[in-house]
Ligand binder design. Structure first.
Ligand SMILES: [Zn+2]
Length: 126
């Protein structure tokens, strides 16, 4: 994330979003849901402060998030959940990779971002 600037506060809890691996905005950016031009205009949030998205992250080191209510995984179509878990988890792993890599922000999005097709075997040529 833009280390030269300070003060990216979470719009939900008000705490500093200190690391790209905690950033819901950047997660959605690498997934192709947020345009580059929008990065500095949209509110920053912790991934965990958006549980309906965060519940799809299934990764070692990421404590699973359980959502209650109509948007809980338990109430969603299992096929949709499987696709979302693969997609969002891949985005999260991308953030982990980016947190140690030195890439231009324009190269952050996944190669297949925005072109996710259900049950595709995703290529790993990052
Ligand atoms: Zn927060």
């Amino acid at each position: 994330m833009a280390r030269c600037e300070q003060g990216y506060l979470c719009a939900v809890c008000g705490q500093d979003v200190g690391d790209i691996t905690e950033s819901e905005l950047y997660l959605r950016y690498v997934l192709g849901e947020v345009a580059f031009e929008s990065l500095d205009r949209l509110p920053e949030r912790h991934i965990r402060c958006n549980p309906t998205l965060a519940q799809f992250i299934v990764a070692e080191g990421f404590a699973p998030i359980v959502v209650e209510g109509p948007f809980a995984k338990a109430h969603l179509d299992p096929a949709f959940v499987a696709v979302e878990e693969q997609r969002v988890t891949q985005g999260y792993l991308r953030l982990l990779e980016l947190s140690t890599a030195n890439r231009p922000i324009a190269e952050y999005p996944l190669p297949n971002a925005g072109a996710v097709r259900p049950f595709d075997t995703m290529s790993r040529d990052v």
